[in-house]
Design a protein around this ligand. Sequence first.
Ligand code: NI
Length: 167
Amino acid sequence: MALLPILRYPDERLHCQAAPVERVDEEVRKLARDMAETMYAAPGIGLAATQVNVHRQVIVIDISEERNRLVTLINPELLAREGEQVCEEGCLSVPGIYEKVSRAERVTVRALGLDGEPFTLQAEGLLAVCVQHEMDHLQGRIFVEYLSRLKQVRIRGRLAKQARITA
Ligand code: NI
């Protein structure tokens, strides 16, 4: 297993569209394992392949406190969405920034698991937020893009300052 470097906003590569996985083979399973390890080490509750500069439709999520309920979604498709919730979100690609975003309260998603078999996930609350946030990454969308332009400019300024301090 390996820790993967995470792209940071406003890296242009975060805007790439991820391609569907054609076959769930050992290479895809290794990617998912490395992504899970990277997410747990960060620590974070979700990671999309886009964030580690792999433009394939793979997502890992674990919102449990015990960090033992890993969900891997390959080629996720949104089947249904209902309701609305506003939740404060963060992102491993936008470190230190937390902002409120409006999302569906409940979503139903179909995806392939690590065994290549399709399954359906019904999610609500935080898990639904996380699924929508990570599926956005696969489309090249980052949560801060739901905010006003002014806020986006401020966030880019703060991140540039952080990067200078770290460097
Ligand atoms: Ni994110």
